[in-house]
Design a protein around this ligand. Structure first.
Ligand SMILES: Nc1ncnc2c1ncn2[C@@H]1O[C@H](COP(=O)(O)OP(=O)(O)OP(=O)(O)O)[C@@H](O)[C@H]1O
Ligand SMILES: N[C@@H](CCO)C(=O)O
Length: 315
């Protein structure tokens, strides 16, 4: 069995992502300019040590059970490589369990790192990393923009996944409101019904079509295009403050939706003026509903996703 070379150091940068964008459940995703950074050192001595700063630093494991370390080790084993020792230094800026793709970012940084530390002639491309990440995450909508950046449209293709970059109108500005509570994606998916009636699926399909058009060409149609029939109403009881904020913003004419599995709220704005009005509307709503506090950010949409820097190679 080939062994991973000790003495290598790489850095991986991966963006946060928002998924669904309303009706595009498990299909639409978009990168957001909030980046996690992971530095990986391969060591001659066996064992795994993880150091973290930022999100999750106080609560996540610091040994080989850490999600990123575990994924790197499992990927090497899957590809037939014997692991060396590892030191990981993670700077976590993506909030966990909020619907901003933290687990997808962790998965993508692990798989990109595992790949970059293979011998040069064994390294794979982004397409193989996408297939592995989507398989391990279970759905492709967050991992696609984390890998490829921009707006992504993804689908299940046989036993694998497909994705492509969609056109995003230059005026569109995302606003995110991150509440001070977490909801795990696993719990949020558990709230969904097994099946939906044909009429509901058809209504949702119509909105996805309109949304893709609105995102590319006609931002004025974002409010109608972001109407969802598949997931938000079922999950609302688990994120009542987010549901109330979305109702408030939509009544004002803004295209507010649940970001990913929630509870973060995403608003797709047609320009900076609307984005600033939305930030003010969120502040006003928060002042009247003090049980939840919100962090409001206006990120950009990076056009590329995961990036690996080789800091030092093995002797
Ligand atoms: N950088 C990280 N390092 C290690 N573990 C992580 C990291 N990011 C996320 N995780 C793990 O993933 C969990 C959150 O995943 P979960 O899928 O529930 O939410 P999310 O990915 O933030 O939201 P969503 O999938 O809706 O966008 C965390 O509680 C933690 O266990
Ligand atoms: N499409 C996923 C995104 C969260 O990972 C969901 O809504 O469950």
């Amino acid at each position: 069995m080939a062994q991973i070379q000790a003495g290598q150091t790489i850095a991986v940068h991966v963006p946060a992502t928002t998924a669904n964008l309303g009706p595009g459940f498990d299909v639409l995703g978009m990168a957001l300019s909030v980046f996690d950074t992971l530095v990986v050192h391969t060591l001659a001595e066996p064992g795994v040590v993880v150091r973290m700063t930022g999100e999750g630093a106080e609560s996540l494991p610091t040994d080989e059970t850490h999600l990123i370390a575990k994924t790197i080790l499992e990927r090497w084993a899957e590809l037939g490589y014997e692991a060396c020792g590892l030191r990981l230094e993670a700077t976590n800026r993506i909030p966990h369990g909020r619907g901003m793709g933290s687990s997808a970012a962790a998965m993508v940084s692990a798989l990109a790192a595992a790949n970059a530390l293979l011998p040069a002639d064994a390294q794979e491309g982004l397409e193989e990393i996408f297939q592995a990440a989507a398989r391990w995450e279970g759905h492709p909508d967050n991992v696609a923009p984390a890998i490829f950046g921009g707006l992504t449209l993804s689908w299940v293709a046989g036993s694998g996944f497909g994705t492509l970059n969609g056109v995003l109108h230059e005026s569109i500005v995302p606003v995110i409101a991150i509440p001070d509570v977490e909801l795990s994606t696993h719990a949020a998916r558990g709230l969904l019904p097994e099946t939906v009636p044909h009429a509901v699926a058809a209504a949702n399909g119509g909105r996805v079509g309109l949304l893709i058009h609105a995102l590319a060409h006609e931002p004025s149609a974002l409010l109608l295009g972001t109407e969802d029939f598949l997931h938000q109403s079922f999950r609302a009881p688990a994120m009542a403050p987010s549901a109330a904020l979305i109702t408030h913003l939509r009544a004002l004419g803004h295209a507010a939706v649940v970001s990913g599995a929630g509870p973060t709220v995403l608003v797709l704005c047609a320009g900076n003026e609307e984005a600033e009005a939305v930030a003010r509307a969120i502040a006003g709503h928060a002042a009247d509903h003090r049980e939840t506090s919100w962090r409001v950010q206006i990120p950009s949409v990076p056009q590329s996703g995961v990036r690996v820097e080789v800091l030092s190679t093995s002797p």
